[in-house]
Design a protein around this ligand. Structure first.
Ligand code: SF4
Length: 210
């Protein structure tokens, strides 16, 4: 498409003709549904009680999103904000799937006894009846209280790290590692990083880069 320069292609120059050809190719990709094209809300207009502006939580690009909710506050749809100067309503596949952060029957969540997809667990934000828990290996999903699952996970992390004083003295336990989340904001990630350092390691990666 572009002509490679003598610097080994570090700079890519396009002629006006090549630029127009590239634009036509991009439009063709869009026609095939592979672009960041803006999609309208899929919620029924009569059910939408309010629409909120927010940004996509999946990466630091922070594309603008709109969230339609009904009169009870239930999320009806999450889609690109056409007025956002950053993304003009377009979302990548991750951002376009944001609605499923809220509503998706396949989410691993609370134990519900039966489920339309796998007959084992379903998402219940109250976790009133415990969570579905699967131990290392290929054992069955089991029901466990949320507190018990968190306590067991915390104990396993402490055991893997070893002595806290030693970890702090060496300033980096290499037996544990953490992943940050693009589902939390900068301030929360800053605090998360502090907690990890206090736990005794500097092994931190970010989920958005995986
Ligand atoms: S994950 Fe995609 S939609 Fe979300 S902010 Fe990043 S580029 Fe935008």
């Amino acid at each position: 498409m572009g002509k490679l320069d003598k610097d080994g292609g570090k700079s890519l120059k396009l002629t006006r003709r090549q630029f127009l050809q590239a634009g036509a190719a991009t439009a063709a990709v869009g026609a095939a549904g592979l672009d960041f094209a803006a999609k309208p809300s899929s919620a029924a207009a009569a059910e939408v009680a309010a629409t909120y502006h927010t940004t996509c939580p999946y990466c630091s690009a922070s594309c603008g999103q709109l969230v339609d909710v009904d009169a009870e506050g239930n999320v009806l749809d999450i889609y690109g904000d056409h007025n956002s100067p950053w993304n003009r309503g377009g979302l990548c596949s991750k951002g376009a799937g944001s609605y499923q952060l809220v509503n998706n029957p396949r989410r691993v969540g609370a134990w519900a006894g039966s489920h339309p997809v796998n007959n084992t667990f379903a998402y219940d934000p109250t976790y009133a009846d415990g969570i579905a828990y699967k131990r290392t290996g290929n054992g069955p999903w089991e029901k466990m209280s949320l507190d018990a699952a968190l306590n067991e996970s915390a104990a396993a992390m402490v055991a893997a790290r070893g002595d806290l004083a030693v970890a702090h003295e060496e300033n980096n336990s290499d037996t544990v590692a953490f992943f940050g989340s693009s589902h939390i904001n900068n301030d929360q990630n800053y605090l998360y990083r502090k907690i990890i350092a206090n736990f005794g390691t500097s092994n931190v990666e970010h989920q958005a880069r995986i």
